[in-house]
Design a protein around this ligand. Sequence first.
Ligand code: AMP
Length: 416
Amino acid sequence: MTKIIAPKGTKDLFQPEILKWQFLEARIRQFFSRFLYQEIRTPIFEHSELFQKGTGSETEVVQKEMYTFRDKANRSITLRPENTPSVVRAIMENNLLTEIFPARFFYIGPMFRYDKPQKGRFRQFHQFGVEIFGETSAEVDAELIFSAFGFLNEVNLEDIEIHINSVGCPQCRPGFLPELQAAAQKQQNELCPDCQRKTSTNPLRIFDCKKQQCIDISNQFPKITDYLCQDCHDHFQVVQRTLSTFEVPFTPNPRLVRGLDYYTRTVFEITSGQLGAQDALLGGGRYDHLFQELGGKNIPATGFAAGIERIILHLDKIPETKTSIIFIAYQNAAMKTEAIKLSASLRKKGLAVFMDYNDRNIKKQFKKSDRVGAAFTFILGEDEIANQSISVKNMKTTEQTQIKREDLDQWLRKHM
Ligand code: AMP
């Protein structure tokens, strides 16, 4: 029989790596609560239309990377490739903007993209992200970038760079796009087939191309920042000024357009010098029209999404959180019931307890105690049962003492 293995681009998580995940997830909750974000959890699958409209039908993600299938009722369903459209849908559907203030949400969870797996790139990967709704000010964009940068600092990520840009708005972008398209058309034959197609469908996406020849050519194209309307220009200036006030280092990068269609004005990306080709740790920006595009009111929004696998790649050491384990050993089958009762009462007190139920001799039980890394072994033998006590062996020092049952709570308070 052929062995069943995990699908390409997915991975199983277990110790010790999973400890890093638990550490990171706890830090995300802790850190972003300082900015009053609340957690939101949305379904892993949605109607495909949400991403076609939300993420944008011309994006790589929607065109090539979605896990889309028909369910039994012949509906088109998609495993979420990103979470922003889902969060917006959930907020509209549950009327959360009238219920929750400030309307700031964070999420942590798996995303799915049919991508070419490589280091830092998976088909099931995990993102955490934050979204802020109802705020137009440039200072909020800067605070968002400050929080992303601050979080990476907090988990000791070094060698990171922040790139920022403005992609304008529906007022100024139309003035830029024909100029960009004209420049791209002039050199169309030198672009890769994908970028040739984008020249007519969505020339802005040419800047996403990772092929060197396309990068070199598009470096000569007009820059969007030269075409910003006064409001977008002023907004971008305030973002930069406020980043300086927050003491966040950044580099303006006119090529940065991000791979998703919904962005307006501020966009940003944080990259790592240690990741190689897949160097983006997180990215985001303002998306003031997504609500309307999904049939809602005119609600401005800004947010980012971060790749958890890529952050994990940077985490070497995490603080140890060691729980002390008690192993319960019993001398022979006659003491098993007492041993089980003791294990139950200790676990009810919140302690980590382990025992072996196979009536092995004490020496073998000590070996098991060592294997689980117990700090103490509690031994129940005939003597201990007769005089209402427990023998306690300190597994590190091998010192053995006897404690009275009535003194057990006091002993636990002192040692556990
Ligand atoms: P995006 O939603 O494309 O803006 O991506 C945001 C972040 O998610 C990126 O900066 C990466 O860190 C991470 N990411 C995106 N796609 C993948 C993938 N296929 N595998 C692992 N991480 C990814």
